[in-house]
Ligand binder design. Structure first.
Ligand code: ATP
Ligand code: LTN
Length: 338
């Protein structure tokens, strides 16, 4: 009797911007999950560098950030043998489909995006059209790969909803063309908060470097940042409403040690915040140490990095060109004869 062995793995696509130094928030909230999904799913990952220029970048910095982010993600555990990992600007189908999708996206829909409103307020001197149409490019990224699931944090859910609407609209006008993607909300995802203002999320573009821990921060800087973390005056390590700082440190500690809240509360019973902060810092330092060591190796080997992102781009182009060709045919563009 035949056994069904070739069931299609679900496709996962996600991307991160090389807009600065990757933080513990990005790692615990997003990247750690990307790594663990690689066996069960067909994963495709990208650095969304076309998105990054919606905020002005200094060219040399931008180039360095992109290469470093690529090396760091490899160091975190993206396995390019399993998961194509590419740089968005090197795969021309993304900008091409984004233009087409712009013509199937309503002005009013884009106007409702909260990230646009936030970023427009933050960069009032440069509210460019790219910042406004950013969600159609993100929709193109996702839809080009017939993606089933998109692992993202809370902050990207609205953009994903728009991508679904665009896909459904296009499929409705023509015929089924795009898979309609779902958000993938990881079971053990973490929302890491700022160490200085624990009611706000940890963000790599925070002006205050004490508010975030970068994955590549030196051990002494990690220790100092945790020691300065804003907490409360109760001096009791327990999770409770209104204890944003301690709740955040407990979540970080739980994520890197695998302990439960009860186990953590027991471990620090009768101890002060000083001991707890040091323990969190040390656990984070140990967790990041092997990643930092692998990063140091990768970043020295530019030829290897180039080989990986070139291979990733070629694989991504082959898959995405199929979708783009279908779309162009359906819209009615005259086929190329070359
Ligand atoms: P920026 O400050 O430039 O907006 P960011 O640090 O918010 O950047 P993004 O590049 O927008 O990071 O996000 C990359 C991924 O990391 C996304 O999936 C996002 O949901 C996730 N992420 C970002 N910040 C956090 C956080 N503090 N906690 C958990 N996940 C996060
Ligand atoms: N907008 C995302 C990065 C991003 C993305 C994507 C995430 C660009 N394209 C496609 C998931 C799928 C961000 O800023 N975090």
């Amino acid at each position: 009797m035949e056994t069904p062995t070739t069931e299609r793995k679900k496709v996962i696509f996600s991307a991160i911007q090389p807009s600065g130094t990757i933080t513990l928030g990005n790692y615990l909230g997003a990247l750690k999950n990307w790594i663990s999904l690689q066996d069960e799913y067909r994963c495709i990952y990208a650095l969304a560098d076309l998105h990054t220029i919606t905020v002005r970048q200094e060219p040399a910095n931008f180039r360095r950030n992109t290469l470093e982010a690529y090396a760091l993600l490899l160091a975190c555990g993206i396995d390019v043998q399993k998961s194509p990992f590419f740089i968005q600007s090197q795969v021309c189908t993304h900008a091409q489909l984004a233009w087409i999708l712009n013509c199937y996206t309503q002005f009013g829909e884009l106007q409702r995006m909260t990230q646009f409103k936030d970023k427009a307020a933050k960069h009032a001197d440069n509210v460019n059209a790219g910042l406004f149409t950013y969600p159609s490019l993100m929709a193109a990224d996702i839809l080009l790969y017939q993606t089933d699931l998109v692992p993202v944090g809370e902050d990207q859910k609205q953009h994903l909803e728009l991508a679904r609407n665009i896909a459904e609209r296009f499929n409705g006008i023509y015929s089924p063309t795009f898979t309609v993607p779902d958000a993938y909300i990881p079971k053990n995802g973490a929302r890491v908060m700022s160490l200085q203002e624990p009611a706000r999320k940890m963000s790599k573009s925070d002006e205050n470097a004490n508010a975030y821990v970068a994955v590549l921060d030196k051990p002494e800087d990690i220790l100092r940042k945790f020691k300065r973390a804003v907490t409360d005056s109760e001096a009791c390590v327990r999770r409770a409403e209104g204890k944003d700082g301690i709740n955040n440190l407990m979540s970080i500690y739980a994520c890197v040690t695998g302990l439960t809240d009860e186990q953590i509360e027991k471990e620090f019973e009768g101890k002060g915040y000083g001991d707890f902060k040091t323990a969190v810092a040390e656990a984070v330092i140990e967790h990041l140490r092997p990643i930092q060591a692998r990063f140091a190796d990768f970043i020295k080997n530019k030829d290897y990095l180039e080989q990986c992102y070139t291979d990733g781009a070629q694989k991504a182009l082959a898959v995405s060109a199929r979708t783009l060709n279908k779309v162009m045919k359906k819209v009615g563009f005259l086929p190329k004869a070359f």
